[in-house]
Design a protein around this ligand. Structure first.
Ligand SMILES: Cc1ncc(COP(=O)(O)O)c(C=O)c1O
Length: 388
């Protein structure tokens, strides 16, 4: 029967991230591998969701989402991202940002097209491209600052290249692309007529006073940018599946039709609740996100440093890559298993974020955890010193 499976997806095995979660569960360890945030959601969301259900908002919404939510997103895009997007034509509410990216690729790209992906990358980005028979072409970011070389990147462009994918702040590196870097990328994309797909799901989770820049705010690139984001991380509602994309009318319509085909709509009462929260919550709510996570970042990075696993301190998002050269093992999976065995802390093997040889000495730790859990993990990490 195996020959009957979709050959494009033959590499879609159990992701290392899930593997480590399973291993962690078996040993009763602390799971810092998966990006699930333990944090509570703002109360306005649960109240508004219950009200929406009780008020009978339990049916399909329009293909592009509830108008209240599109309007709230449009205001937010202008206010926070400096992007002008017409809520009637240029915003599609989607089943998470994952749904937005999948539908954008399906709507705008053809099998055989190439898209440039920065590595270390987020696995879903790579697999989404592969699932649609689009070839990822890898541009490697160099630590510790995760820089790219513009000339080398431009060299990767072929007649088949249709876009560049940016993730800022990035998972797993925590890189926040500067406005200058985005201008360089926008210039390349303009000269080569490429789309810019930009995943900004961690847009509010920034450290050290950095601010977020959106490629969609660059006047030169505006018409080629597909801005993707959502509320999974900002409101700690990863299971609600509320995301969106914003782009020009022609692309938005096509992405909306594809989204209708695949998902019909994002959950209606949850769209209403998110619309209410986006409309109501003050700027201070968003500012406090960065502050809360910054303390967690500092605690985990300090613990990793003390445990002889030096961290690449992230500028944003809620993951840290650490250099695990000190751990025994040839592959990062072996190192992850060793660490779990000796300390009871699970992390993701770095090779999950690279296409070839990269990441062998890296592990990714997620710090979107309750303080007590994180403190315990930091303490347990120190046990590794006895074995080095
Ligand atoms: C870079 C990135 N994009 C998207 C997602 C998923 O977002 P959503 O829940 O909106 O689909 C994640 C989750 O880990 C992520 O790290």
């Amino acid at each position: 029967m195996e020959g009957n499976l979709n050959q494009r997806l033959r590499h879609l095995t159990c992701l290392d991230i899930r593997d480590m979660s399973i291993e962690c569960e078996k040993t009763g360890g602390i799971n810092l591998s998966q990006g699930i945030c333990d944090l509570p959601l703002p109360p306005i969301l649960s109240t508004a969701a219950k009200t929406a259900i009780d008020d009978g908002l339990n049916h399909y919404t329009r293909y592009d989402g509830l108008s209240e939510l599109r309007e709230a997103i449009s205001e937010k895009l202008l206010h926070y991202n400096s992007i002008q997007a017409d809520p009637r034509k240029e915003i599609i509410v989607t089943a998470g940002s994952t749904g937005a990216f999948y539908c954008a690729c399906l709507a705008l790209l053809n099998p055989g097209d190439e898209v440039i992906l920065f590595e270390p990358f987020y696995g879903y980005h790579e697999y989404t491209l592969l699932a649609l028979d689009i070839t990822p072409v890898y541009a490697t970011l160099t630590p510790p600052c995760w820089e790219f070389n513009a000339a080398e990147l431009e060299h990767l462009i072929t007649p088949k290249t249709k876009g560049i994918l940016i993730n800022t702040p990035a998972n797993p590196s925590g890189k926040v692309f500067s406005r200058r870097e985005l201008e360089v990328l926008a210039d390349i994309c303009t000269r080569h007529h490429l789309f810019i797909f930009t995943d900004e799901i961690y847009e509010y989770i920034l450290y050290d006073g950095l601010s977020h820049s959106s490629p969609g705010s660059l006047p030169t690139a505006k018409d080629r940018v597909i801005t993707i984001s959502g509320y999974s991380k900002t409101f700690s509602i990863t299971g609600w599946r509320i995301g969106y994309c914003a782009c020009n009318e022609e692309f938005a319509r096509q992405i909306g039709y594809v989204h209708d085909l695949v998902y019909v709509c994002a959950p209606s009462p949850l769209q209403a609740a998110v619309g209410k929260a986006v409309h109501t919550l003050p700027d201070s709510f968003y500012h406090s996100l960065g502050t809360a996570y910054e303390q967690k970042r500092n605690d985990l990075c300090k613990a990793l440093q003390e445990a002889a696993l030096p961290p690449y301190v992230p500028q944003g998002a809620y993951y840290v890559l650490a250099d695990t050269s000190a751990l025994p093992g040839v592959t990062s999976k072996e190192k992850a298993i060793y660490l779990l065995d000796k300390t009871g802390v699970a992390a993701v093997p770095g090779e999950a974020f690279y296409h070839r040889e990269g990441g062998k000495n890296l592990l990714r730790f997620c710090f979107a955890k309750d303080d007590k859990v994180l403190d315990e993990a930091c303490e347990r990490l120190q046990r590794i010193k006895r074995f080095l």
